[in-house]
Design a protein around this ligand. Sequence first.
Ligand SMILES: Nc1ncnc2c1ncn2[C@@H]1O[C@H](COP(=O)(O)OP(=O)(O)OP(=O)(O)O)[C@@H](O)[C@H]1O
Ligand SMILES: [Mg+2]
Length: 231
Amino acid sequence: MLRLGNVEVVYDDVILVLKGLSLEVPDGKIVALLGSNGAGKSTTLKAISGLLHAEEGEVTDGAIELGGERIEALPPEQIVRRGIFQVMEGRRVFEDLTVDENLTMGGYTRGDRAGLKRDRDLCFDYFPRLRERRRQIAGYLSGGEQQMLAISRALMARPRLILLDEPSLGLAPLRVHHGERPHRARRRSREAAQQRRRARVLPGQRRGEEKLQGSQVLPAQEALVVLIAPG
Ligand SMILES: Nc1ncnc2c1ncn2[C@@H]1O[C@H](COP(=O)(O)OP(=O)(O)OP(=O)(O)O)[C@@H](O)[C@H]1O
Ligand SMILES: [Mg+2]
């Protein structure tokens, strides 16, 4: 279980971005975080992964717990060791390496060769395009293919928790239509989610910002927190 309780995040000692954010990700569940541009989705994920420190950001109040252990004050390398893996906003692949080499990098902390091969095949089953292009340089892949690779690289690390920022970038069919409001987006997300997914909508800073702004900006408006293994 991942639990955020009343989390507050401040950048540069003065810019208050998150205030009183609470959410829970039960074992084996997926939680979708929805919100307008600037609502704080990426900030929430960075607070969990510890990457805020690199941006002069700080969790100034509240608690982040993974499996009952407080992690909000830990450095990012300690958080990674606990199995939390973040796929950053934008496509983050090693552009000069091949698809295969990118996947190898994803699993480099693991020693189990058989497991690595199995997981690589699993990624190729999820994304057959990657299998076809496994010897190509990642920088030459299409945008959507690079996103498939970024997600696959994260899976290769066998993380306990995956944080996907803008997971549908260049990938998923659009699920929210032009001008749809958050409560509708939330309902649709809930419907699509059935029982395994949950959605949270972060409030916009001003009322006008609450309205989702159109299909072309949608990929920037969702983030997913996926807790894979129990604990
Ligand atoms: N390093 C930083 N220093 C100062 N302010 C920041 C920093 N990073 C983000 N912010 C501010 O924090 C707020 C939330 O940003 P964040 O990137 O978390 O939003 P988001 O919900 O991910 O938006 P988007 O949908 O555009 O990706 C914004 O107002 C942004 O300007
Ligand atoms: Mg963002």
